[in-house]
Design a protein around this ligand. Structure first.
Ligand SMILES: Cc1cc2nc3c(=O)[nH]c(=O)nc-3n(C[C@H](O)[C@H](O)[C@H](O)COP(=O)(O)O)c2cc1C
Length: 168
């Protein structure tokens, strides 16, 4: 039976040495850009990193980025506040894009994980420096991807105490 890609999504941080096809990377990016955004403003850019040395440099910038060690590549989701139609919404738009990448990874049989970047200044600045990103663009989340080398199980996190019917 096909697993629901949203309910079965888990963070995957270990990957095999198998490469990921360009077509699959393209699908990850299509999923990102299909995300909803405030007023359809789409205030994002994506940096696709495949080069091992560059991935290593990013590991030095991010303190919780072991997933970069084995990944086939990583997508850095960046915000571009100058593209906003509704000021202040860009992080929500970029979150939706990031989650869409993770869900498409499940669909493709790949593994991926969200490495939080914004709003931690050292990570934002470090990634800007490592990848030559202009000061007006904000590195938001780094998403390593690859063919999974670990098995993850879906977890039911439904919590009825967090649901309020009609009123709080
Ligand atoms: C905003 C955000 C930041 C995160 N940062 C990291 C990170 O720096 N390193 C990491 O390995 N995982 C990171 N994660 C993944 C979470 O640890 C993971 O989603 C959470 O433990 C739930 O597990 P699951 O994704 O397997 O359901 C982050 C997730 C989010 C949404």
């Amino acid at each position: 039976m096909k697993r629901d890609p949203v309910l079965s999504r888990r963070s995957v941080r270990r990957y095999t040495a198998e490469d990921v096809d360009d077509e699959d990377v393209r699908k990850l990016l299509e999923a990102a850009m299909a995300a909803p955004s405030a007023g359809n403003e789409r205030p994002w850019h994506f940096v696709v990193v495949r080069d091992k040395e560059t991935l290593q440099r990013l590991m030095e910038v991010h303190p919780h980025a072991n997933a970069l060690k084995e990944c086939a590549g990583a997508i850095l989701v960046c915000g571009d506040p100058s593209l906003e139609r509704y000021p202040g919404f860009w992080p929500q738009d970029c979150s939706a894009a990031t989650e869409n990448i993770l869900i498409m990874a499940v669909e493709l049989g790949l593994g991926a994980v969200w490495l939080g970047t914004y709003p931690i200044e050292e990570r934002v600045d470090g990634m800007r420096r490592a990848l030559g990103i202009p000061a007006t663009i904000v590195p938001f989340a780094l998403v390593p991807f690859g063919h999974p080398a670990e098995e993850t199980k879906p977890i039911d996190r439904f919590d009825a105490t967090r649901v309020h019917e009609e009123r709080w």
